[in-house]
Design a protein around this ligand. Structure first.
Ligand SMILES: [Ca+2]
Ligand SMILES: [Ca+2]
Ligand SMILES: [Ca+2]
Length: 155
């Protein structure tokens, strides 16, 4: 019995790595290459729950800071074990931050806490924009078209 308890986290980690390595969208839970609104909602729920440490449905600035600290800690652990991987992660973070500079604050009503609705609003908006035929599913083709449009807009 004890063995299976010890193995469980390792198995979960394995799944997460496999999902990230797959070429399809990370939120594409069933891996069919398309992202449904339900899959997106599940992904957002999970991300929100991870940030909302006390599960009261609101992410406070303190909870956001705690999550940031946790991420920094994890990066430090990775760096200690595997410097090469850390360098890659660092590069990705920098790219993400460059993009994030134009990302608006999710706290749209400015009350200092982010609700689940506020948290997911932008992702759902982006989803709707990508779903060009409005069938509630973003296919690989729709995603690629959106990416190209974004690139074109950037010039
Ligand atoms: Ca909270
Ligand atoms: Ca708010
Ligand atoms: Ca569609």
């Amino acid at each position: 019995m004890k063995t299976s308890l010890i193995l469980a986290p390792a198995l979960l980690l394995g799944f997460a790595t496999a999902a990230q390595a797959a070429p399809h969208h990370r939120g594409d839970a069933n891996g069919d290459g398309t992202l449904t609104r339900a899959e997106l909602t599940t992904k957002l729920d999970r991300r929100f729950a991870r940030l909302d440490a006390n599960s009261d449905g609101r992410i406070t600035a303190a909870e956001m800071d705690a999550a940031k600290a946790k991420r920094a800690e994890r990066r430090a652990t990775i760096a200690a074990k595997n410097p090469e991987r850390a360098t890659k992660l660092e590069a990705r973070m920098t790219r993400r931050q460059a993009r994030g500079a134009e990302r608006p604050n999710p706290d749209t009503n400015g009350d200092g806490v982010v609700t689940r609705d506020e948290f997911g609003a932008r992702a759902l908006e982006r989803f709707a924009a990508m779903d060009s035929n409005g069938d509630g599913t973003v296919t690989k083709a729709e995603r690629q078209a959106a990416r190209q449009a974004r690139r074109a807009a950037r010039g």
